[in-house]
Ligand binder design. Structure first.
Ligand SMILES: Cc1ncc(COP(=O)(O)O)c(C=O)c1O
Length: 457
């Protein structure tokens, strides 16, 4: 029996209630426990405005979706225009010209050997396509991935992620997938030399793994090894792409020319789901090489006009507003200011990142008084400490999150339009929270209260 109060028209009186009943009550519980269940009424740029009059600054960007900021007027306009045009949508029987236009722009910008694009609607779908295409191209079944990777949550892609939290109870996974430590060339070469692997799939900077930036030469060497052993080099730029790390692709910073590149998140302009798998002509030919195979891998929503228009408008706006350069400058500024503000705090291990994909890594305290509390929370749930940091920052007016595969790293990834003043406000808030965790019992007692609420409710 559902508990919703319904009015005479049969409508639930509380919109949250419907979500709670029909979608995901546990998610609502979690937001309630964290005191982060705000009702947003308007979102613009970096700013989120709530029903109760608060202004929250977004330093998460929907996990790197909102590179342009929320509701960028050029993207909104392009989508409205596409709707007004009343052109062909989802016909599935025509040549969608806008897809050609967007693919051309993406291929030019990607450069290297990239010559074709397959469009889809999510990062996971893009990685799934990369799995299929690399097997078709090489005739091998093995897939290599990096420890700590996050590539998405569909079953094939999940087979490229080692973290048991995501996998548990969803098995069996794809067979023939193996992990190597991120950054370790010797381990990679050992696997590649077996000539069993179709692809090595890797993020240039591991986002959810803890914003792990590899040494500059690592990816170039990976590319050379992959080529030597006939394994395709697939780069997941779902978070790092579209100027998040400064250049159009992080691959450009690392001087690599992958066989396939996955883009998603920011390609949507923050509004219409969209993703792309970019590939070389050779890979394309192996998959689609005859009329009979023209639609051998496709998806109903791929190439849809709204997503294509959103993508085109996004590329234009990113360039018109020089957001790549802004990401580099703002990222440098933010990391410098955070390092200055947080130096000397024993629980802050490192501030690192590239462009506006940054992380603050925390570590266990050495001081006994703090360590006892810290360890107590760790026993309740390894993510508890991080969630209290996120909750506290939210109270200061900042939306953030810890990395999905590393609960000790706070993601710092605002939209690329973030202003210096907003970065300063963030540094001030983080310092306050860090100061509090080192000096006040409130931080820790509140965390305990949170744990109790989460467990007992
Ligand atoms: C690096 C990376 N790849 C792939 C994905 C999966 O994207 P999606 O959630 O759109 O399926 C994510 C999602 O966070 C990601 O961070």
């Amino acid at each position: 029996m559902l508990a919703t109060t319904r009015n005479s028209a049969g409508l639930a009186s509380d919109k949250d209630t419907l979500y709670r009943e029909r979608v995901n009550p546990q998610w609502v519980r979690l937001l309630d426990v964290l005191q982060m269940n705000a009702r947003y009424t308007r979102c613009q740029g970096t700013e989120l405005f709530t029903e109760d009059g608060r202004r929250i600054l977004d330093f998460l960007s929907g996990y790197c979706v909102h590179n342009l900021g929320h509701n960028h007027p050029a993207v909104v306009e392009a989508i409205k225009d596409e709707l007004d045009r009343q052109g062909p949508a989802m016909l599935q029987s025509h040549v969608p010209q806008l897809a050609g236009e967007l693919a051309d722009k993406l291929c030019w910008r990607a450069g290297g050997q990239i010559a074709k694009a397959f469009f889809c609607s999510s990062g996971s779908e893009g990685v799934e396509a990369a799995i299929k295409f690399s097997r078709a191209h090489t005739g091998r079944s093995g897939l290599l991935y990096a420890e700590g990777a996050f590539h998405g949550l569909t079953c094939g892609v999940l087979s490229l992620m080692g973290d048991p939290f995501w996998r548990e109870r969803f098995g069996p996974m794809l067979s023939d997938t193996e992990a190597v430590p991120f950054g370790n060339l010797a381990a990679l070469e050992l696997k590649l030399a077996t000539k069993r692997f179709a692809a090595f799939i890797v993020e240039p900077v591991q986002g959810e793994g803890g914003v792990r930036v590899p040494p500059l030469a690592y990816l170039e060497s990976v590319q050379a090894l992959c080529r030597r052993h006939g394994t395709l080099f697939v780069v997941d730029e779902v978070q790092t792409g579209l100027h998040r790390t400064g250049r159009f692709l992080a691959s450009h910073l690392f001087n690599i020319e992958p066989d396939m590149i996955v883009l998603a998140k920011a390609l949507s302009g923050g509004l219409i789901p969209s993703a792309a798998l970019l590939m070389s002509d050779e890979v394309y030919q192996s998959v689609y090489g005859s009329i009979a195979r023209a639609i051998v891998h496709t998806s109903t929503y791929s190439e849809n006009g709204l997503a294509m228009r959103a993508g085109l408008a996004t590329l234009e706006a990113l360039e018109r507003e020089h957001l790549g350069q802004r990401a580099l400058a703002a990222g440098d500024y933010l990391r410098t200011r955070l390092r200055e503000a947080l130096s000397g705090y024993e629980m802050v291990k490192e501030v690192r990142g590239l462009g506006l994909l940054n992380g603050i890594e925390f570590q266990a305290p050495r001081k006994l008084a703090l360590r006892v509390s810290f360890e107590a929370f760790g026993k309740i749930h390894p993510g508890m400490f991080g969630q209290v940091v996120v909750m506290r920052l939210f109270r200061h007016g900042f939306l953030t999150q810890m990395c999905g595969n590393n609960f000790m790293v706070l993601k710092v990834a605002p939209p690329l339009v973030v202003k210096e003043r907003e970065a300063e406000e963030f540094v001030y808030a983080v310092k306050e929270v860090v100061e509090m965790m080192h000096s006040s019992t409130t931080f820790w007692s509140e965390a305990l209260g949170l744990a109790r609420r989460a467990i007992l409710k």
